[in-house]
Design a protein around this ligand. Sequence first.
Ligand code: ATP
Ligand code: MG
Ligand code: MG
Length: 383
Amino acid sequence: MDTRTLGILGGGQLGRMLVESAHRLNIKTLLLDAPGAPAKQINALHDHIDGSFKDAAKIKELSQRCDVITTEIEHVDAAPLAELEKQGFEVWPSSATIITIQDKYVQHKHLAEHDLPLPYFIPIDTPTTEALEKTGAELGYPYMLKSRTMAYDGRGNYAVKSSTDIPAALEALGDKPLYAEKWCEFTRELAVMVVRGKDGQVASYPAVETVQENSICKYVYAPARNLSSELQSAAQKLAREAIACLPTGAVGIFGVEMFELPGGKLLLNEIAPRPHNSGHYTLSACEISQFEAHIRAVMGLPLPETIGEMKVQHCVMYNLLGEETIDVAKNSLSVEGASVYLYGKAEMKKGRKMGHINIVGSTPAEVDERLARVLGKKEPKRT
Ligand code: ATP
Ligand code: MG
Ligand code: MG
C-alpha cells in the first residue's frame, strides 16, 4: 500500500494501537521509546530505537530511518521536530501545533484569541501563597490549579476549595509552571474526535460522554446519551472550530474535550493532538477507528467525510485501571458485544490504565446490562 516508513514518538498504548492499524495497511512503523514499550511488543519486525521521545539526538536518529514522523504523546521535545521540518522532513502534526497544545496555558490563550468558549483562566507567574490567594480572590473558590505542562489523567490538577488548601496545593504543584481556571459547574463532559488531512479535509466522530472518576476517564458512552441533535451538531462544530484555528500543519487525529453547562452551553476543556482515550470506542463502533484515521491522515491517504460514522447503535468503553484489570478482562470474554484490549504494561500500578473494554449493543439499556455483567454485577450500573 505504502512503501514509506512511519516513525512514532512514544510506544505506549496509543502507539500500540496505531501500529496495529498501520500494519493492516502494510505501513511499516518504527518506534522511539524505552525497550519493551507496549507498542514495541507487537512490532518485532524492525530494530526500533531505544530512548526518550524528549531526546533530540534520538529523534534525529529516528528521522534517518523513516520518511514521516508522528507522535502518540504531546509531551515530546518539539525543537528537533522544527529543525527537521526546516529540512523538508514531514512531521504530522507539525511542531507548531504540538508547541501550541503541549503548554495548556498557551493552548487556552490561543483558543481564547480565536474567540472560542473556555472556562475563565488566568496565569500564575510565581507560585506563592500570596499569588494563590490573589487567584482565589479573582476566581472565587473552589478553583482549579493546573500544571501548564506534562499533565495527564488529572495529575497536574489541584482543586483549591478554600484558602486553607493553598499550602497543600503548593506542596503538590509548586515546582511546576502553573495557571488557574474558574471552577466549571458542568452537567457532564463531552468529547469529539476530529481528523484533519494535509489538504485541510476535516471529519468528526460523534460527540461522546466521558465520565471521569478522580479526574481519570472511567467510562465513555458513544454517542453521548440523551443529547439533542442540536447539541450533538454544536459539539462537533465547536470541536472542528478548535482544530481549524490551530497553526499550520495540524494534521492527524485530535481529541477535543468539553464541558456541557446547564442549559446546553458548551465550553472547551482541552485538545490532545493524537489518538485519545475518549476515541477508543471507535475500534469497535466505527468502520474506521481513530487510529486508522490518524494513520491515513499523516500518510496522506483518503479521509472520506463519513469516516466518523458509527456502524453500531451504542457503545460504552470501560477503562481497566490498576488491580481490577485481570478479573474484569476475564469476565468480558463471556459477554456478548464485549471486546477487550490489554496494553502489555510492564507494571501494574494503582489507577494506571492497563487496558480497556468496548461493549456494543442496540440500546443504551442493552449496553448497560452487558457492562454490569462485565463488572460482575447483577444490576446495571447507573452513572
Ligand atoms: P487528560 O488525561 O484528559 O489529558 P489532564 O490531566 O490534562 O487530563 P484536564 O483534562 O485539564 O486534565 O482535567 C481533568 C478533569 O478534571 C476533567 O476531565 C474534569 O473532570 C476536571 N476539571 C478540569 N478542569 C476543570 C474545571 N475548570 N472545573 C471543574 N472541573 C475541571
Ligand atoms: Mg490533558
Ligand atoms: Mg483532559
